[in-house]
Design a protein around this ligand. Structure first.
Ligand SMILES: Cc1cc2nc3c(=O)[nH]c(=O)nc-3n(C[C@H](O)[C@H](O)[C@H](O)COP(=O)(O)OP(=O)(O)OC[C@H]3O[C@@H](n4cnc5c(N)ncnc54)[C@H](O)[C@@H]3O)c2cc1C
Ligand SMILES: NC(=O)c1ccc[n+]([C@@H]2O[C@H](COP(=O)([O-])OP(=O)(O)OC[C@H]3O[C@@H](n4cnc5c(N)ncnc54)[C@H](O)[C@@H]3O)[C@@H](O)[C@H]2O)c1
Length: 475
């Protein structure tokens, strides 16, 4: 068997793997290799973030024109919308990513990788097996896969890949789940012509965000004709002639779900109930490890995990951040240095491209209280600044800050409404930089921009928060 050797071996060429391979060698003489069994660029580029956002943006713009006096209303053209998706996934070709790796001096090996010993990986492809040895480090960046409980498996339901890669638009689509994929996919599938029904086990949508955000998204979905059953369990799923017809094609005949809200019939079922790190068949046992060791961070010093595979928040920007941190550590160690890192982990932002848009960072109010903070919150209608009110004729949603009453530092923020995804970054900066709210008041936003919403939020805080907090008794 052929054997090749690199300093850093990265299993999985998604966004996390690519960043790890790049940062681990930058400014050093080290070499790195990316091993990829499917498409370089990963889930995000071809089956998740990029196609979903390529589908959602024209819909959001069309919606905006319908809520803005002075402009004719635009309508979504389904065929052109799918063509736009195809453009953004480069027709499922990764030649652009391969050129990027080449330009960055990163080697690429195609095939399925598994650990076969300390610092040793075996790659299997149609061309045979290759042994890849790592002089310094192996990085697991294998991503995640959709969870499919047994009750659904025989019905061959769609997962998020089929939803983003939709080719056949089902007349009736049932979506199980009330999380991020469900709330985003319901929008583009409705725009493409499906009658969408959401079956949600919880009593609310977007369970990890502030309750008021989930309520706004629920109202938005119902307004566009989506049926939403909350507090609903599925006990049985049957399908006429299930068939593995391919990505985005309808996978067989009519699907019937038995639920606590009654029997539901659909032409397709989209299962979006979360994802799990893709760690099976990775040969973890060959180095005496389990999945839990990987997700719990109990790894030998030569082995690292980044991105969705690490069990952390399954978000592209978070995986890329982890990868840059791990990569910089490896590069610094090779030079006998220690990479600079802040003394605590960064807060995780997330934008849900729902209608209204939801963006959050740091702790929710409930999380902050659970962690023992004495909390002050301030919440205003997102329309309450001139800059946000101007964005459309009817601005839905509220926005909120969660502030520690003792330190007067921001703990978390949630924005719901237009430009939410852009408004949240200032909150991330304030949390990372430990900027107290009395200082934040002097970060002046231009009139009339959406960022002036910050002024409205800060004005709603107790007046004494406009000056520095008295010294904390504990020092
Ligand atoms: C529908 C949808 C929309 C999303 N939208 C967003 C969004 O808007 N913003 C956001 O931040 N996040 C979004 N996400 C999450 C985002 O897609 C993931 O967090 C991100 O792709 C994780 O990157 P990764 O590099 O860890 O893994 P992946 O992107 O999954 O890449 C892992 C790579 O490893 C390869 N691989 C796996 N096992 C092996 C092996 N044994 N050998 C060789 N190669 C292997 C895979 O083929 C894959 O290419 C979305 C997810 C979904 C499902
Ligand atoms: N804009 C974005 O950033 C974006 C977009 C899409 C996906 N993502 C990422 O992808 C991940 C996966 O998305 P998702 O929507 O699949 O998961 P999710 O974790 O966001 O939501 C899962 C939903 O399924 C429900 N659920 C869980 N188990 C269930 C079961 N057995 N039966 C019925 N319902 C069940 C949960 O209560 C929840 O409503 C997200 O965590 C997110 O990080 C991000």
């Amino acid at each position: 068997m052929e054997t090749v050797e690199y300093d850093v071996v990265v299993i999985g060429g998604g966004p996390a793997g690519e960043n790890a391979a790049q940062y681990a060698v930058e400014g050093t003489d080290l070499t790195s290799v990316l091993i990829e069994r499917e498409l370089l660029g990963g889930e995000c580029s071809y089956f998740a973030c990029m196609p979903s956002k390529a589908l959602l943006r024209p819909i959001a713009v069309a919606d905006l024109t319908g809520d803005l006096d002075g402009v004719s209303t635009a309508h979504v053209a389904p065929k052109a919308l799918l063509e736009r998706r195809d453009y953004w996934v480069s027709d499922y070709s990764d030649s652009g990513q391969e050129s990027w790796a080449d330009g960055a001096g990163i080697a690429v090996v195609r095939g399925a990788a598994r650990l076969t010993g300390d610092r040793t990986v075996t790659v299997t492809s149609a061309a045979g097996d290759v042994t890849v040895r790592a002089r310094q480090a192996v990085i697991i960046a294998t991503g995640s896969e959709a969870s499919v409980p047994d009750v659904y498996a025989d019905a061959l339901p769609w997962d998020s890949r089929d939803a983003t890669g939709v080719v056949d638009v089902p007349d009736r689509l049932v979506v199980v789940g009330g999380g991020v994929v469900a709330c985003e996919a319901a929008i583009w599938m409705t725009a493409l012509g499906s009658q969408v029904t959401l079956v949600v086990r919880d009593s609310r949508l977007l369970g990890r965000t502030e309750p008021f955000a989930g309520e706004a998204v629920l109202a938005g979905l119902r307004e566009r004709g989506v049926t939403v059953h909350l507090d609903t369990e599925v006990s049985d799923v049957r399908r006429d002639a299930p068939a593995a017809t391919g990505l985005g094609r309808i996978h067989g005949g009519v699907v019937t779900l038995t639920t606590t809200a009654g029997e539901l019939e659909a032409d397709e079922l989209l299962l979006s109930i979360g994802r799990k790190p893709r760690l099976d068949d990775l040969g973890l046992d060959s180095v005496g490890l389990t999945r839990e060791d990987v997700t719990g961070g109990r790894l030998p010093e030569w082995l690292h995990a980044v991105g969705d595979a690490s069990g952390g928040p399954p978000l592209t920007h978070w995986g890329k951040h982890q990868a840059r941190v791990v990569g910089a550590r490896i590069a610094a160690a090779a030079k006998g240095d220690v990479a600079w890192e802040p003394d605590r982990e960064a807060p995780v932002p997330q934008v849900v491209f729902s209608d209204p848009e939801v963006a959050s960072v740091g702790m929710t109010e409930a999380e902050a209280r659970d962690r023992g903070h004495d909390v002050v919150t301030t919440r205003v209608p997102t329309s309450s600044a001139a800059g946000t009110a101007l964005l459309r004729d009817h601005v839905a949603g509220e926005s909120q800050l969660v502030v520690d009453a003792t330190t007067r530092l921001l703990l978390g923020a949630t924005f719901v409404g237009p430009e939410a995804g852009e408004l949240v970054h200032a909150a991330t900066v304030a949390i990372v930089g430990d900027v107290p709210v009395h200082v934040l008041r002097h970060a002046v936003a231009s009139y009339p921009t959406a960022s002036e919403l910050w002024l409205r939020l800060l004005e709603e805080l107790p007046r004494e928060f406009r000056t520095p907090a008295p010294p904390h008794p504990a020092g």
